[in-house]
Design a protein around this ligand. Structure first.
Ligand code: SF4
Length: 202
């Protein structure tokens, strides 16, 4: 699939829809979410799966970067590619996002879908409720987390006296790239792969 101007327009329509949907999830889960300005934990280590259209949109955003930032991203990207080519581990290669500059996303407006869900509890492929890794830093969901049993504690939730339960939503890439709205506008996402692998195609 090569991404056309029309595809980008459809994707931007979808992003508007997604922002409202995710905004409602974040609002609903706000008693358990402690994301704050300057925290970049979610962008420090990951695979960052991106579909073709998401990556094309991200690259579109690089036109707005100043020369210095652009060069820094380029340097980060080359370093990560090198580390990946030398990586011999069995687990997926994880890295700090090349767009994270001074602990901030330099392409925030153009960030991917996975980036927009950072911070929310989610379901694993086998339907287990998982909380973001920053729970270990005393951040998201830490006020209701049972660290011994690695799960959300009903007891802690009830002790807090909060009406809204801690919940996971279907924010995995499979759900975020397949729904009625997407079908209604005829949006196609294309192939999906870790962000760093898309750089090989540039
Ligand atoms: S694109 Fe931005 S929000 Fe997404 S992982 Fe990279 S730095 Fe974080």
């Amino acid at each position: 699939m090569s991404v056309s101007f029309e595809d980008i327009q459809k994707y931007e329509l979808y992003l508007n829809y997604l922002e409202k949907k995710l905004g409602a999830f974040f609002q609903e889960q706000s008693p358990y979410i402690f994301c704050k300005e300057g925290c970049s934990y979610c962008c420090e280590k990951g695979e960052y799966p991106f579909t073709e259209i998401e990556f094309a949109y991200l690259i579109l955003g690089t036109r707005e970067l100043n020369k210095e930032t652009f060069e820094e991203v380029e340097k980060n990207m080359l370093q990560i590619k090198k580390e990946k080519s030398e990586y011999k581990g069995e687990k997926a290669f994880m890295y700090k996002c090349p767009f994270l500059i001074n602990k901030r996303c330099c392409l925030y407006k153009y960030r991917g879908i996975i980036c927009r869900t950072h911070g929310l509890a989610f379901f694993s492929k086998d339907n287990k409720l998982l909380v973001p890794a920053c729970v270990d830093k005393g951040l998201n969901y830490s006020n209701v987390y049972d660290y011994e049993n690695d799960t959300i504690s009903d007891e802690k939730y009830h002790q807090l006296g909060i009406k809204q339960e801690p919940l996971a939503h279907n924010v995995g890439m499979h759900f975020m790239t397949n729904n009625d709205f997407i079908n209604s506008i005829g949006l196609k996402f294309g192939e999906i792969k870790p962000m760093i692998d898309w750089f090989n195609d540039l």
